[in-house]
Write a protein that binds this ligand. Structure first.
Ligand SMILES: *[C@@H]1O[C@H](CO)[C@@H](O)[C@H](O)[C@H]1NC(C)=O
Ligand SMILES: *[C@@H]1O[C@H](CO)[C@@H](O)[C@H](O)[C@H]1NC(C)=O
Ligand SMILES: [Zn+2]
Length: 383
């Protein structure tokens, strides 16, 4: 009830501001309806309600492009693959800006709809944290800075990409924009910490080729499942590099498939594995993997399915933020250039990708202030 009254008062405040703005013929851009808490939560709600699983981001790109155009940004649609596109926006006509603020608009499956819980303090839904919370807070932060007249032409551009949750094809395409930045602020859920780095990653399949036969006559066949199991056991025991900064490299056997029936010796078996790399290069780690698998049996084949990248160091030299490393991958290594890189956002990665993904209203609001500080800090530095 108290919340209802507060909402009603907020509604009155916004309405009267609108009236004042219209009466004084101020451009609509300068009223708080475009950058206040209501605008933040409404934008976030619209984004979360649009299903945008990687590969099917068209509708959310359309929404964001028209939303930003409505705020008088110049908006470019950068085609990525099929009907999918990145949304690139800047105020005025200058494409080349000093600072880029960016996040991703695709999500992992399945879709979960927007839902307010705990008396409206927690927002549940797919992408509520990863990373539509970042997208809404970033736009809101830039809007606030514009309203405060803290930005000049050529200061800040916004980029929202598709494809981050799989192969990063959206951010890779962004290299073709032909632009460079002094600093790029990436949005991912860091629980309002400034990330100092993240682990590297690569992925591969191990394939075992055997020979099928009647299970009563094992000497006539070669069991591909048994072969694969021995290969996987060697991988689980494999010592991969660790570091003080990132801790241990971890290896996840995420999928196993093989065989057709209990009474048939299986001819084929395969496993899919992801490695989160804490030290060294991705080439060194791949060589260790191949060596360990072939030491078991040369008939086991290793196919790299994601070329991957090594551990990523991130700039974090801005005061006033708690710092941490994270174990997930981001689009940071996919965007080439000599820019300083920052990683920050509302919500926790510990609930992202889960069926209970959520973000608090409080985190969203605080992140707006955090992004404002990061942008101001970047603009305050020597060119
Ligand atoms: C919209 O942006 C253009 C520059 O691209 C500017 O000239 C114009 O004044 C802006 N309109 C409003 C209503 O702010
Ligand atoms: C790293 O692995 C070692 C050995 O398995 C273990 O004792 C240690 O607790 C691990 N460190 C972290 C940070 O998980
Ligand atoms: Zn993400």
């Amino acid at each position: 009830m108290q919340l209802l009254i507060t909402r009603f008062l907020q509604f009155l405040a916004v309405t009267s501001l609108l009236t004042i703005a219209l009466a004084s013929q101020e451009p609509l851009l300068s009223i708080s309806a475009t950058h206040g808490i209501d605008a933040l939560l409404s934008l976030h709600r619209h984004l979360v309600r649009i299903e945008s699983i990687t590969g099917a981001e068209r509708e959310v790109s359309d929404y964001l492009a028209s939303y930003l155009r409505g705020l008088n940004y110049s908006v470019e649609r950068q085609s990525v693959w099929g009907d999918r596109y990145n949304v690139f926006a800047y105020a005025g006509k200058k494409r080349n800006n000093r600072v880029l603020v960016t996040s991703h608009i695709d999500t992992v499956p399945p879709f979960y709809d927007y839902e307010l819980r705990e008396r409206g303090t927690q927002i549940y839904g797919r992408g509520s944290a990863d990373a539509k919370g970042c997208v809404a807070a970033q736009i809101n932060a830039v809007e606030r800075l514009r309203a405060d007249r803290a930005l000049s032409a050529g200061d800040v551009a916004l980029l929202f990409v598709v494809g981050e949750e799989t192969i990063g094809d959206g951010m890779r395409a962004a290299n073709r924009l032909g632009l460079a930045w002094e600093a790029v602020i990436f949005g991912e859920p860091t629980a309002l910490h400034l990330a100092t780095g993240h682990k590297g990653i690569f992925a591969f399949n191990v394939h075992a080729h055997g020979k099928s036969a009647h299970s009563g006559y094992p000497e006539l066949g070669l069991n591909a499942n048994s072969l694969l199991i021995r290969g996987l056991a060697a991988l689980e025991k494999l010592s991969l590099p660790s570091s003080d900064k990132f801790g241990n490299t971890t290896l996840n056997v995420g999928r196993i498939a093989g065989g057709v029936a209990a009474n048939v010796i299986p001819a084929e078996a395969e496993a899919s594995i992801a490695v989160r790399l804490a030290a060294g290069t991705v080439e060194e780690a791949k060589a260790l993997v191949v060596e360990a698998v072939h030491a078991v049996d040369r008939r086991l084949e290793v196919h790299f399915t994601f070329e991957g990248y090594g551990p990523v160091d991130i700039d974090s030299d801005v005061d006033g933020f708690p710092k941490m490393t994270v174990n997930y991958g981001t689009d940071i290594p996919h965007l080439h250039g000599t820019h300083r890189r920052y990683l920050y956002g509302p919500g926790s990665i510990l609930v992202a990708h889960s069926d209970h993904e959520h973000v608090s209203v409080r985190d969203l609001e605080e992140a707006v202030g955090g992004y404002e500080r990061l942008i101001k800090d970047a603009l305050g530095r020597e060119r």
